[in-house]
Structure formats: C-alpha cells, structure tokens
Design a protein around this ligand. Structure first.
Ligand SMILES: [Zn+2]
Length: 486
C-alpha cells in the first residue's frame, strides 16, 4: 500500500472511529464487549478509582463472569455482542512507539539473527527483585536503598536487594492471590495457568538469550498499577499480559482468542496480529486433532455396543427356543417321552450360536479411556470453541481516549497487549488447559510470536475494529482488593 492510500485509509478510519464514538455515546452502551474479560484489574492510583468501570483495567473479558472472582459482573456474562467483523483495519504498523521524556532510551534494534541484543549497560536501576523473588518498581533511590512500589501499590523502603535496569520482555500473569480469575467446572483456575504459561514462556525466551521479567512470580496479588509500572520502568520491547477468558457459550468452530492492544501503539497492534494468527492456527489444529480422538472413541464405542447387542440377541433367541419334545436339558439331554417342549436356558446347552450357527463369544468389556471432558454416556462428542464472535485483535478505548484496561493504560510508552488465549469456562477447552503439554504449547507459541515480532515485519491477522466506551467488568487489580506480599 502506498502512502496516499495509507492517508486515505487513516482518514477513513478516523471517520469510522468518530462514528463509532458518536454511536456509542457516553452511556456505556453495550458496545464493547461481551466478553472481554472480566477481570479487570485496574488499578489506578489509590484514590482515583472511585468508580468502577473506568478503572477496570483489565480486561473485559469475561473472566469473571463465572462469578468466581469479582462477583459483581456476573450480569455482564450473558450479554453477548453481535459478532465482530474481521477485516484488517490497521495494516501499517511500522511506526515506533512514542516514548515519554523521562523513559529510558529504546533498546538496541533486534536483528533476524539476534532478537535479543545486549541490553544497555548504563540504564538507571528500574526494579528491585527481593530475596523471595517479588519484583517491585523503583520509585526513588537513596544512597543505600530504594523506595519501591509494592505489589499492592504501597511505597516501601528496601535495602540490599538485587536490582534490574532493563529487560527485553516483561510478562504479566493475570490475577493472583485472592483474585482467581475465570474458573472452569473441572476446577482449572485462570490465575494458576496464567502463571504456568508465563513461567514457561520466560524459560523459552531466556534460552534464546532474552532477559525476561515477570510482574508476578507466584500466587499473590498485584495491582494493575504495579504491573504497568514495572513495564514502564524497564521499557522492554514488549509487555504481554497473559489471561484466559470465561463466560461465553461454546458453539463455534473458531477460537475465541482476543488480543487487546495498547491504544495508538502500532507495535502492539502488529504483535497482537502475529500472536492471534499463530495461536489460532495452533488451536484449529488442536481442535481437529481432539475431534479425531472423539470420533475414534465413538466409532469404537459404537462397534462394541453393536457386538454386545448381537450377542445379547443371540442369547435371547437361544433362551426362547423350546427344547425338543422328550428331551430334558436339565438332565443333560436325557430322553423321556413324558417331557414336553419347554424353553431352556442357553447356557445349559453349550455355546451361544450366532445366526450362522457358529458359536459366539461375549464381547470383552469396553475399557477405552473416555476422552475428557466427556463421560461414558455422552452421545455426541463435538469440539466447539467459546467466544468466537468476540474474537479479534483490537484496542479498547475509554470515553476519555485512554486504554480501558488498566494494565495497558499503565504501561507507558511500551508496546503492550493483554491476550485472552481461550476459555477456561468451556469444558472442552478446559480439558485442554488441564494438560501441562497444552500449556507448554501455549507458551511456545507466545515465545515464538515474540521472536517473530522482533525479527520480521509480519503484520499478523485477526484485526477488528477497536471497541469504545466504558463497561463494568468487575473489580480486580485495585489496591483495595490487594493482599500485600512485600
Ligand atoms: Zn483474566
């Protein structure tokens, strides 16, 4: 696309955006999003989050819809939006992010051969890493210590801790502590799998030479402010918040992956497209593979059922056959002219014979393992994804023009995305998420997508129109809900 076309496209987009804003009005219409996340981590400064939706930071996805976490957004759960269109709206993605004056210099340009070049040695200390591995952004340094922002957005003076100045990538495991996130019917909890995926992704990237920092390293609360501030201070190439969604009905052949991208950040938009493309390709293949397992199970189950029915019918036929007159089956076939024809038990007279007169043996017990999440009585095993109508790569912009999701709003100058991989609350997807190998695969795709972002100009796909307006997606990520761990 040439520059004129780009300008025309930009103009058209601005007009379209204005139209959407006007259409949405200020009343928090339902345009945004069905399931976007439920979680909301929000976390503004203590004090300015008095009202709800605005600070809901995180996501809107419905995670909490199932009521596990916040509770008050359960009502939003069933509130489905019309399907989003999936045209690619923002293909031009090569402008650098705008950095605020007080942010560190950009990292060295990655190359195809080296996505993670050496970090600058002269950067200021950005975060503290405590002895129990909690990461806290430095607010101010004094001669022998650091004032840090704690995971609950308090300030504390720490001494003698390790510090880090820069990172190539910051990974954010959504939720933690009392904030569980979405929970499936088999008990898979979002906060747990988010951290597993983050840990594995870190390991994979570090094997390629990356310095990776996690905003949450264990099961504890972290406000969205603290999460975002860690990324802002470290000024990485990319910040990725890992989430799994909840709440949507499961009725589609396409995955419901959502990637929220930091508003007006072309790098975030491009990474979102790469990740969406790679994850969806994998999920579609996984769905086909899983469906083949179901089909195979059903074929074998049906064949066993048919064999059992044939055997039972043969037994019934033999039971119903009268003994010849004068033969006493109970006496081993002894002849006695006074005995009348009578039904005899099949097993009294040798093997059960099939229609062809040959002996039948009873089918072996059917002990093929039932594929999760179904039970042996399930009649029809079909792999269906949840949330496809709401899938796509987009920004979610508040009425004041800022990112709706706090964790994206608080990552200043950093290409930042919040990804809802798939739905914990869909039992068939939950069964995948309960498998450690599947979580490893998610991590592999995330790591691979990060490297692809750094070493190519691929735009990815799955971009849809941005969503606008506020929406109450429940609490989360706020200081008031935070259990201090530091
Ligand atoms: Zn979440």
């Amino acid at each position: 696309m040439n520059k004129t076309n780009v300008r025309l496209l930009m103009t058209a987009l601005m007009v379209a955006a204005m139209a959407l804003i006007l259409a949405a009005g200020c009343g928090g219409s339902s345009d945004g999003g069905e399931q976007v996340l439920g979680e909301s981590e929000n976390a503004d400064e203590p004090g300015d989050h008095a009202d709800n939706a605005e600070d809901a930071e995180n996501a809107g996805s419905t995670d909490e819809v199932d009521g596990v976490s916040a509770g008050d957004d359960a009502s939003a759960a069933g509130n489905e939006l019309p399907p989003m269109t999936t045209t690619t709206l923002r293909p031009e993605l090569d402008e650098p992010p705008v950095l605020a004056d007080d942010l560190p210099d950009p990292l060295p340009e990655p190359t195809e051969a080296n996505p993670f070049p050496p970090l600058p040695a002269d950067s200021d200390e950005a975060v503290v890493v405590t002895s129990n591995n909690i990461v806290a952004p430095i607010v101010r340094s004094i001669s022998d210590g650091h004032f840090v922002r704690t995971p609950c957005s308090n300030q504390r003076l720490l001494f003698n801790n390790r510090t880090l100045s820069r990172a190539h990538v910051v990974l954010d495991a959504g939720h933690g502590g009392r904030e569980i996130g979405a929970v499936g019917s088999a008990g898979v909890r979002e906060k747990d799998i988010n951290l597993i995926v983050v840990n594995k992704t870190k390991e994979l990237l570090e094997a390629q030479g990356a310095t990776v920092v996690r905003t949450r390293t264990d099961d504890y609360s972290v406000t969205t402010q603290a999460r975002g501030e860690i990324a802002t201070r470290l000024a990485p190439y990319l910040f990725v918040s890992v989430h799994h969604n909840g709440g949507a009905p499961a009725n589609d052949d396409r995955p419901g992956t959502i990637v929220f991208t930091k508003a007006n950040n072309p790098d975030a938009t491009r990474f979102g497209g790469i990740f969406h493309q790679n994850l969806n390709k994998f999920l579609l293949a996984k769905a086909a593979e899983t469906q083949a397992v179901y089909d195979d199970y059903m074929t074998q189950r049906d064949a066993h059922q048919a064999a059992q029915e044939a055997y039972d019918a043969a037994v019934a036929a033999q039971n119903a056959a009268p003994a010849p007159e004068g033969v006493d089956p109970a006496a081993g076939g002894e002849t006695n002219t006074t005995i009348q024809a009578t039904p005899r038990p099949a097993d009294a007279n040798g093997p059960v014979l099939g229609p062809d007169g040959q002996p039948l043996t009873p089918p072996e017990p059917f002990d093929l393992e039932v594929p999760a999440p179904f039970n042996a009585d399930t009649e029809n095993l079909q792999f269906k994804f949840a949330g496809a109508g709401n899938s796509g790569v987009r920004s979610w912009i508040r009425d004041d023009g800022e990112d709706f999701l706090g964790v994206l709003r608080n990552t200043q100058g950093v290409p930042a995305v919040l990804a809802e991989f798939l739905y914990v609350t869909n039992p068939i997807e939950e069964a995948l998420l309960a498998d450690p190998e599947f979580l490893d695969a998610e991590a592999f795709i995330l790591a691979q997508s990060i490297v692809e972002f750094l070493t190519t100009n691929n735009p990815g796909d799955g971009h849809v129109r941005d969503q606008f307006g506020d929406q109450n997606i429940g609490g989360g990520g706020r200081p008031s809900d935070c259990n201090e761990s530091l």
